[in-house]
Design a protein around this ligand. Structure first.
Ligand SMILES: Cc1ncc(C[n+]2csc(CCOP(=O)(O)OP(=O)(O)O)c2C)c(N)n1
Length: 358
């Protein structure tokens, strides 16, 4: 299976539960995300990409949530939501083009690696300033309300973001105006080096919703079906005028915060090993094996084919030329102003062909 042969919009499951076919499809996406993750960590160590934010351990939370949404919904991610993007129909090559900032990168090399956005999939560019996407998701939901547009906006964020001003401002507005927003907190237990128990005295993060007058739900983020059901219900409430929901999906981040972090400096290997015992991919695999939907041979083949596809796709993206330096005059405004045209012409005279960085 190649990335281009996959659905280009999020799969929509119209039943109450994930169908067996969708469960298997979800498993494929989770495997793909894990393989991309392993590969990108290694590529960064080899100096072939500059920066990466791993998501291993959070695959069921992301894939389960994405399967519960519709293509017309809007995603406001933090920076760890690669699996959500894949399920929405973003091709692997689109992700890698951005990571290497080649000429096909829609952000033309102007964004930090791993900060991608995809217009066709209603996937807004990732937000590194913690929590800012939360108020944006609420604002977009208010716009949808005014237009009578039956969509939900979904803000993805971590446990650390619940301490940000934007979290509280966003949830308050959402509560007052009953916006069609799903707040999806992936509590991965760490905000870089700050553990969950230093973040808040509240027993759960979900209960913070109560102060803003709407429901907060805790869900096991390693349980694909439970996440899917919870997000599905929250989305249904949102689009039917019932207002927002805060979901706390409890997961664990296996890797470092990012490739710039060394998690060994602040947490014990034993803690990570214990979390890996609850691995969401292994859990779903066991369920699929028990249901006769998968066997060990097919599973081994899936991993092998996925690794080959990821390698092949990255190698192709890496070979592409970088964006033309003269492209920096594009997108300043919708159209180039006379002044920009003049500057571009000057640049062309000095560096014919738009300059070459190779
Ligand atoms: C406003 C702001 N403050 C601090 C930072 C530095 N920072 C980057 S990521 C991060 C931790 C965020 O943790 P969490 O919200 O739990 O998400 P996770 O990275 O665990 O997915 C911090 C403090 C930032 N990017 N923005």
């Amino acid at each position: 299976m190649t990335s281009s042969s996959r659905a280009t919009t999020a799969p929509v499951d119209d039943g109450d539960e994930l169908s067996p076919g969708h469960r298997l499809e979800a498993y494929r996406w989770m495997v793909t995300a894990r393989v991309v993750d392993e590969r990108c960590m290694s590529l960064q160590r080899q100096g072939r990409i500059g920066f990466y934010v791993p998501l291993a351990g959070q695959e069921a939370a992301q894939v389960g949530a994405a399967f519960a949404l519709r293509p017309e919904d809007w995603i406001f991610p933090a920076y760890r939501e690669l699996a959500v993007a894949l399920v929405r129909g973003v091709a692997l090559s689109d992700i890698f083009d951005q990571l290497v900032a080649n000429g096909r990168d829609p952000s033309k090399g102007r964004q930090m690696p791993n900060h991608f956005g995809f217009r066709a999939q209603n996937f807004v560019v990732g937000s590194s300033p913690i929590g800012t996407q939360i108020t944006q998701a609420v604002g977009a939901a208010m716009a949808a309300q005014r237009r009578h547009d039956p969509i939900a906006t979904v803000a993805f964020f971590g446990d650390g973001a619940t301490s940000s001003n934007d979290f509280h401002a966003g949830l308050n507005f959402a509560g007052v105006f009953r916006t069609p927003t799903v707040f999806f907190c992936q509590n991965n237990q760490w905000a870089i080096s700050l553990p969950r128990d230093r973040q808040t005295r509240s027993p759960t993060l979900a209960e913070k919703a109560e102060a803003y007058g709407f429901p907060g739900v805790v869900v096991d983020g390693n349980d694909l079906a439970a996440v899917h059901r919870t997000v599905r219900e929250a989305r249904a409430r949102a689009v039917s005028g019932g207002g927002p929901t805060l979901i706390e999906a409890q997961v664990y981040r296996y890797g470092p915060h990012s490739t710039s972090d060394d998690a060994h400096r602040y947490r014990a290997d034993a803690e990570v090993a214990a979390a890996r015992e609850r691995d969401p991919i292994q859990r779903l695999k066991s369920e699929l094996l028990a249901a006769g939907q998968l066997d060990e041979a097919r599973d081994a083949k899936l991993w092998e084919e996925t690794r080959a596809e990821v390698l092949r796709t990255f190698d192709d993206c890496e070979k592409q030329r970088p964006p033309a330096p003269s492209s920096l005059f594009d997108d300043v405004f919708a159209e180039r102003t006379p002044r920009l045209e003049e500057e571009r012409a000057q640049f062309e005279r000095r560096a014919p062909g738009g300059g070459s960085v190779r």
